[in-house]
Design a protein around this ligand. Structure first.
Ligand SMILES: C[S@@+](CC[C@H](N)C(=O)[O-])C[C@H]1O[C@@H](n2cnc3c(N)ncnc32)[C@H](O)[C@@H]1O
Length: 422
């Protein structure tokens, strides 16, 4: 069962879906509640257990933080439970500009025959008297349904959240975790492929910042994680400007929220699709970028999500045409090069079925994306072979996966410089 955390930890986790359910119950119902929690956890739901009844009045910080960390509040009401309490909670918890909190729902389960007044007007109500096995599974199904929201596609796995889970992040849901775990089970190297790709991004950003680049456009940026582009770039150049772009609304909202907590006047987040480069270029956020000066365009683990070869090439070209001489493009891309043998193809197929279609391209095809650009040393190589010596505060060179067998990283990477206008 989930260990209880102190309030400091709780606050740190606020706004992240570390838990599916925040369950509040009174100490006297402990036995039945523990049985329920075991069942829910067997079904893959993560439960935060709060062994206290929620009282009238202001919501204690601990509860508020726990709610921020979970998608659903489950209240176990025993004999003297009062509906008015939950009504009050509903008012206090639901009215929030936080997009994650729009998903927040309250479900009340009754552990006793007494029906608390007003309870049906909260979101859900489950009559919990007999505690038979069937009821356990019914409740579990209901809760699974309720912990998945539609607005942000929380009911199915997404590229960004599955990636986040593999990187050890906490912005993912039961659906993402289930898919990630099944991918990992089938292909035990999956996590390492992701770690290796992210490490390439960090090294490439450091390389570019050290080369004097002060402007970065990171398309397909993903959920904020350890070592974000602006953090690395600003370590070297504190005024470095960074525009993050992603087509996933949740990625954009989460990134903006994080920036609100740590305001950074040189960073913007744009909702945009790489397949529509003009709309990215004309977005408000992009105004902080001066395309007359060198820019680093990062397309890390994103072009392979554009299945049509012509659209993929055209999107990259359109962006490249904006870049001044001295600008760079960094690309990493899922490969189906010969040295990968029979592994890559089925892996891509399974990923396509479970998360999103992916086009693994031949080395020659990835190379063509750098059309009109001069690749810097060591050229287009598998991620661990791209300057493994560059400092990375998160993965030491000695711990970098696949350094001795780089092809197993499955992803090709390269950085090119614009030496002439096309
Ligand atoms: C695998 S993650 C990579 C994140 C980050 N670039 C990295 O390499 O660590 C791919 C990201 O690209 C985004 N993405 C996929 N297709 C996209 C598109 N056509 N336009 C913009 N973003 C896209 C996904 O939402 C996801 O956040």
């Amino acid at each position: 069962m989930a260990a209880r955390k102190d309030s400091k930890q709780l606050i740190m986790m606020k706004d992240n879906f570390q838990y599916d359910i925040f369950l509040s119950h009174s100490a006297k119902d402990k036995r039945v509640v523990l049985a329920l929690v075991n069942r829910l956890e067997q079904d893959g739901l993560r439960v935060w257990v709060y062994e206290r009844e929620i009282k009238n009045g202001p919501i204690p910080t601990q509860i508020e933080a726990g709610l921020g960390a979970s998608q659903l509040l489950l209240v176990a009401v025993s004999k003297n439970g009062e509906g008015s309490r939950w009504m009050k909670l509903e008012r206090d918890v639901f009215i929030s500009p936080d997009p994650m909190n729009e998903q927040k729902r309250i479900v009340v389960i009754r552990l006793d025959k007494t029906k608390p007044s007003g309870i049906l007007s909260v979101f859900g109500y489950f009559d919990w008297i007999k505690k038979s096995k069937k009821e356990y599974s019914e409740l579990s199904e209901l809760l699974k349904e309720l912990t998945i929201g539609k607005t942000y596609g929380l009911d199915h796995a997404t590229i960004a959240r599955v990636y986040d889970y593999f990187l050890g992040g906490i912005c993912n849901t039961a659906a993402d975790r289930a898919v990630a775990n099944s991918l990992q089970k089938k292909y035990p190297n999956f996590k390492k492929v992701v770690i290796s790709n992210r490490a390439f991004l960090r090294r490439a950003v450091r390389y570019l910042a050290e080369a004097g680049i002060k402007q970065f456009v990171d398309i397909g940026s993903g959920l904020p994680t350890q070592g974000n582009t602006h953090e690395i770039a600003q370590e070297i150049c504190p005024n470095a400007r960074v525009v993050y772009v992603d087509y996933d609304k949740l990625v954009v909202e989460t990134s903006r929220r994080l920036l609100k907590q740590e305001p950074n006047q040189h960073v913007r987040v744009v909702l945009g699709d790489l397949k529509k480069p003009h709309s990215i270029l004309h977005s408000d956020g992009m105004r902080i970028i001066d395309f007359r000066k060198p820019v680093a365009l990062l397309l890390v683990a994103v072009v392979h999500f554009i299945i049509d070869d012509n659209i993929a090439r055209k999107s990259v070209q359109t962006l490249r045409q904006q870049l001044a001489i001295g600008s760079y493009i960094a690309i990493s891309h899922a490969s189906r090069s010969k040295e990968l043998g029979a592994v890559a193809k089925p892996m891509g197929k399974v990923y396509g079925q479970k998360v999103a279609d992916i086009k693994q391209r031949q080395k020659k095809e990835v190379f063509e994306l750098f059309d009109g650009i001069t690749l810097v040393e060591p050229g287009l190589v598998f991620t661990p072979s791209w300057h493994p010596e560059i400092k990375d505060s998160y993965v030491k060179t000695s711990q970098l996966p696949f350094v001795n067998e780089p092809y197993r990283s499955l992803i090709l990477a390269g950085v090119g410089v614009v030496v002439r206008k096309k």
